[in-house]
Design a protein around this ligand. Structure first.
Ligand code: CP
Ligand code: NVA
Length: 296
């Protein structure tokens, strides 16, 4: 079984992975030898801080051996075809996790490896982030019936988050500028589980929200568009005034890294109701949840 998209787990699988993540956090010793003897490859085509460190630590703490590979060595799709890379790594590794540009490369690798394959971020999804996000949200309040508003680029992070949150009965709102909404297939998928609204009206979307989430305006690989995007997204900055329109107990979330002063002000990122570093911590616990779910 692979975890390339949140939908790969299904709602029951997501709930099980979340339960395992919560248990891994509250009782780290419970799974201390779950991955003994297992070699886990962690491959990166893009920079990373949280994913790189949290996954290595998670694998080590479960008794497995992490091996981080960078694309400078592998040359995925250039030095060697993704299918051949998958067939080769599959001979050495028990679990393979990859951060790529094109999601299609993950689909090819998933189809050619017998080992479980995990998405560590692609152009379409960030499913490991989404599990950490719902874990963090569940620490703030019961999820069912709560309201989450994602503000900004309807990108990889937004796609995975909206499906995961909807599967857990969270009402999902996305406020995005025209042309930057989440892909229709993700709106449709999330709508199968919960109420989903996509609107350009950021003030209306935030009203009554329990969770306010944003991500960078220009993702990795979109650096050339950064200046144009700064102009287009100007009205979508989460500042104290916008955050103040959410519920009095609303929590602020961001996958990080943040471009402070662009999509979020210091006042919100450092607010007493900001949970951004709990999210970062939960990347480690929830990666254990993913590994345990896929291997048990
Ligand atoms: N949130 C996240 O994936 O961070 P990194 O890019 O630092 O891994
Ligand atoms: N949307 C961002 C998320 C980084 C964790 C990116 O793809 O760069």
């Amino acid at each position: 079984m692979n975890y390339l998209r949140v939908a790969d787990l299904g709602a029951d699988g997501l709930k099980n992975a979340l339960d395992l993540s919560i248990r891994a956090k509250s009782n780290p010793d419970e799974f201390g030898s779950a991955l003994t003897g297992q070699e886990v490859g962690l491959f990166y085509m893009k920079p990373s801080t949280r994913t790189r460190v949290s996954t290595e630590v998670a694998v080590s703490q479960l008794g497995g051996r992490p091996m981080t590979l960078r694309n400078e060595e592998v040359g995925l799709g250039k030095r060697e075809a993704p299918a051949d890379v998958a067939r080769t790594l599959d001979r050495y590794l028990d679990i393979l996790a990859l951060r790529v540009f094109e999601h299609e490369h993950l689909d090819i690798i998933g189809a050619h490896a017998k080992a479980p394959v995990i998405n560590l971020l692609s152009d379409l999804e960030h499913p490991c982030q989404a599990l950490a996000d719902v874990q963090t949200m569940s620490e703030a309040r019961p999820l069912a019936g709560s309201v989450l508003t994602f503000i900004g680029d309807g990108n990889n992070v937004c796609h995975s988050l909206m499906v995961a949150a909807a599967m857990l009965d969270v009402e999902v709102r996305v406020a995005a500028p025209e042309g930057y909404e989440p892909l229709p297939e993700y709106v449709e998928l999330a709508s199968q589980y919960s109420s989903v609204t996509v609107t350009p009206d950021v003030n209306a979307a935030v009203e009554g929200s329990d969770f306010v989430y944003t991500d960078v305006w220009a993702s990795m690989g979109q650096e050339d568009e950064a200046a144009a995007r700064r102009r287009l997204f100007e009205g979508y900055r989460v500042d104290e005034e916008l955050f103040g329109r959410a519920n009095d107990t609303a929590v602020f979330l961001h996958c990080l890294p943040a471009h402070r002063g662009e999509e979020v002000t210091d006042g919100v990122a450092d607010h007493s109701r900001s949970r951004i570093f709990d999210q970062a911590e939960n990347r480690m616990h929830s990666f254990k949840g993913v590994l345990l779910h896929l291997t048990q």
